[in-house]
Design a protein around this ligand. Structure first.
Ligand code: ADP
Ligand code: NA
Length: 298
């Protein structure tokens, strides 16, 4: 089983001619409302990649909760441990300009009240994987990671959105997944002047004994584990938008590890999933399924 402890949001996406400056109002023609949040997206990605997935998190008691849960429920993610709390469902306010650049404000809302204590009453074991991101309180992520380690399972952190992870969290991890920007922020937080992605991954593995994966967008992925480097090029695809690429990578990578694949096999499946997500518009609707992932892996 994969347990995802993380965020659920609704995304309110407004097209604008140009992004507003400070103090400025820009009028867009309308907005679309989609389910999102890194926890939810990655739970869906792991589920569609073939894993049995339980999501632990929190939504509000408002109309947005149902939207946030809609595709997860349809695909069979276990939502029994998503709490309904007295705070608004988390929301991301996203403006996208004519060139495709965006500006995003995330209101944590109910995600600030996500609690991990329920992991202690789950039947966790050494085959299980905990998947974390950075959109719920870090102290709770640390507690969740410790629960999974006590059960003998593995812990994966996707360091998104970018930020410096607490040492206590790093100490619990089996795999760290970052994109190039997150690798740079991580390197700075560790006092490493060279933020070159490859070097960050090598040092995390060598000095922390922690497998590290850096996704490289269209260039693919590089991973270091146990002193061994693996670099894979992304499959050639027709890119529509890169929304949910990182979440699809991470969910499929975790699903492959939970299914018993080695590090290389998990990298291959993550890469295929990330690239497939780029061929379909939007976030959750673009998250690929196992058959498509395996077909691309070949
Ligand atoms: P994030 O979405 O977190 O910024 P990346 O941009 O590194 O992460 O993308 C994650 C994965 O998605 C990549 O490893 C790759 O598999 C796939 N991907 C992203 N952009 C492209 C692209 N332009 N062409 C093909 N695959 C892509
Ligand atoms: Na997409």
């Amino acid at each position: 089983m994969i347990v995802v402890f993380g965020s659920l949001n609704v995304d309110l996406v407004t097209p604008v001619e140009r992004l507003p400056g400070a103090g400025e109002t820009v009028i867009g023609p309308g907005y679309a409302l989609h389910p999102g949040g890194k926890g939810a997206n990655q739970a869906l990605a792991a589920c569609r990649a073939g894993a049995e997935v339980a999501l632990v998190g929190a939504v509000g008691r408002d109309g947005f909760a149902e939207i946030a849960l809609s595709l997860l429920a349809a695909d069979g993610v276990d939502l029994a441990c998503v709490a309904h709390v007295d705070a608004p469902t988390g929301a991301a306010f996203i403006a996208v300009d004519a060139a495709g650049s965006n500006q995003i404000v995330v209101a944590a809302g109910a995600n600030a009240f996500a609690r991990s204590a329920v992991l202690d009453s789950m039947p966790l074991g050494e085959r299980d994987v905990l998947l974390l991101q950075r959109e719920v309180p870090e102290s709770e992520c640390i507690a969740a990671a410790r629960s999974m380690k006590r059960a003998g399972g593995r812990v994966i952190l996707n360091l998104a959105p970018a930020g410096a992870p607490a040492a206590a969290l790093l100490d619990c991890l089996d795999v760290l997944i970052v994109n190039e920007h997150e690798a740079l922020v991580l390197a700075q937080s560790l006092g490493w002047p060279d933020g070159e992605p490859e070097e960050v991954a090598r040092r995390i593995d060598a000095e922390r004994g922690l497998a590290c994966v850096v996704t490289l967008g269209a260039a693919g992925v590089v991973g270091w584990q146990g002193g061994v480097r693996r670099r894979l090029a992304a499959p050639r695809v027709d890119v529509v938008d890169t929304v949910a690429a990182g979440d699809s990578f991470t969910g499929a990578f975790a699903a492959a590890l939970a299914a018993g694949c080695g590090f290389s096999g998990a990298l291959q499946r993550g890469l295929a999933a990330g690239s497939l997500a780029c061929t379909v518009a939007g976030a959750q609707p673009s998250v690929p399924r196992r058959e498509a992932i395996e077909a691309l892996v070949g």
